[in-house]
Design a protein around this ligand. Sequence first.
Ligand code: KPL
Length: 306
Amino acid sequence: MTTHWILGPGAIGRLLAHSLSPFVEVAVIGRRALPSRQVLTTPEGNVHIQHLTSLTAVQLVADTPESPAFVHITTKAMAAEAALSSIASALPPSTPLVLWQNGFYAQPRITETWPGPVLCATTTQGAYLTGDDGVVHAGRGPTFMGDLDNQHTGLSEALAALLSETGFTAAAVGDIRSRLWQKLAVNAAINPLVALHGLRNGELRGEAYSSRVVAVVKEVTAILAKEGVAPPNGGEGDTAWLALVWQVVENTANNKASMLQDVEAKRFTERGAILGPLIESAERHGLGCEVLKGLDQELTLLEARF
Ligand code: KPL
């Protein structure tokens, strides 16, 4: 039986572990071990209990286990490289990695430095934790995967096929880079504003915030054009990007965005992985990005109080 290691026992990591576990051997790796009895609540409200192998990175490295077929890194974006370093000595350098992070920070860095295949996944599966032993699969959504240089299509297809068997709607794609930037664009327009002002996503439609969303999207549109990322749904310019953002706001109106959840829990946010690549790209292309820089600055000040 092949083995999949899941590094980072957050909501997506545990959803993956529950889904893969009937099909392949799974080990969930974190800074501390979780109870082996784990509960999954499905979007329909059904409860499934499974026993999952959970190890700390220290235990894993000391045990010198058999090499895994895949390592899924499901940590927050800014923690991915450190998490990989913590188990790298137990991994053959040819091990395929799958990066599940938001933004566009961990993906290019790890692709450049890891000698083996690095796949990137982007998902709109919704999940949240209810404690050390519980995860709720709140909503189903598609998952896309591929590698930044399109060198490992067969591997992406094999993994997408396995994930589809487990109940994910998964597909291998040749444009994962654009898809990651597209999700980043939506996250940049929604997450910082809702996190700073304590809003549900739908509240961005109100008079007080909608013009701020428009201002973010204007800057993001110019940056993505320079990055060669086409506007969504065959549309043009900021009209197309704005339409996508409002559609996501509508679809997730009652959500507390991930960045707001981080702020409420006094955790560092993913601003470095979402705003960071946009600001860096704007500077590289000589574009102004005062609105994005302002949001980044406000989040920096907020995080300094944690
Ligand atoms: O991806 C999200 C997030 O919360 O990070 C959105 C799309 C904004 C939904 O809440």
